[in-house]
Write a protein that binds this ligand. Structure first.
Ligand code: GNR
Ligand code: NI
Length: 172
C-alpha cells in the first residue's frame, strides 16, 4: 500500500474521461488500496482514480466520522440509474482544488449500480452525503470538477488562485 501524489487543478489530466475497468483483479485491488491510503492521508472522504493520474472508472470513499470505525467503500464502473427531481445544496470541497469550498446543487437522491472490491454487483438508492459524494466522484470520471458547476466568474477566480498558489510553490 502506498500514498500517491494527488493532481491539482488546472492539471489537464483531471479533464480525462476515465475508461471502464475490465476486470476486478488483484492489480485493481492494489490500486484501490493505494487510493484509500492516499485519501485517508490527505485527508478526504472520497477519491477518484484520475486524481492520482489513473484514468480508470474507480472510486473509493469513507464517510465515517473521526471517532467512528473506518467504513471504506469501493465503486468500480459506477452508473447512475435514476436521479431525483428534488435538488439539495452541499458545501463541496475537492482534494484536487485544495482549500476552496463552494455550495453545489445536485439531485438529492440517486439510484446507482457498481461493482464492489470483490467484483460483485451492488445496486442501491443513496441520499445525503453519500448521494452528493458519489455524484462528485462520478463527475471526476467524466473529467468534471465541482468548480465546473459554479458560475464562470467564480470558477475563474478559483482557478486564478490555484495557478498563483502553484507558481508560489514552484518558486519556493
Ligand atoms: O474530501 C472531500 N470532501 C467533500 C466534501 C463535500 C463534497 C464532496 C467531497 S469529495 C472530497 C474529496 C475529493 O476531492 N474527491 O474527489
Ligand atoms: Ni474531488
Amino acid at each position: 500500500m502506498a500514498i500517491r501524489p494527488i493532481l491539482t487543478a488546472p492539471d489537464p489530466r483531471l479533464k480525462t474521461i476515465s475508461k471502464p475497468v475490465e476486470r476486478v483483479d488483484d492489480a485493481l485491488r492494489a490500486l484501490m488500496d493505494d487510493m484509500l491510503d492516499t485519501m485517508y492521508d490527505a485527508p478526504g472522504i472520497g477519491l477518484a482514480a484520475i486524481q492520482i493520474g489513473v484514468p480508470q472508472r474507480v472510486i473509493v470513499m469513507d464517510l465515517a466520522g473521526k471517532d467512528e470505525e473506518k467504513q471504506p467503500r469501493f465503486f468500480v464502473n459506477p452508473e447512475i440509474l435514476w436521479r431525483s427531481e428534488d435538488l439539495s445544496f452541499y458545501e463541496e470541497g475537492c482534494l484536487s482544488v485544495p482549500e476552496m469550498y463552494e455550495d453545489v446543487q445536485r439531485p438529492a437522491r440517486i439510484r446507482a449500480r457498481w461493482l464492489d472490491y470483490h467484483g460483485q454487483e451492488v445496486e442501491m438508492e443513496a441520499d445525503g452525503m453519500l448521494a452528493t459524494c458519489l455524484q462528485h466522484e462520478m463527475d471526476h470520471l467524466e473529467g468534471v470538477l465541482f468548480i465546473d458547476h459554479l458560475s464562470k466568474l467564480k470558477r475563474d477566480i478559483i482557478l486564478r488562485k490555484m495557478t498563483k498558489a502553484k507558481k508560489r510553490a514552484a518558486v519556493g
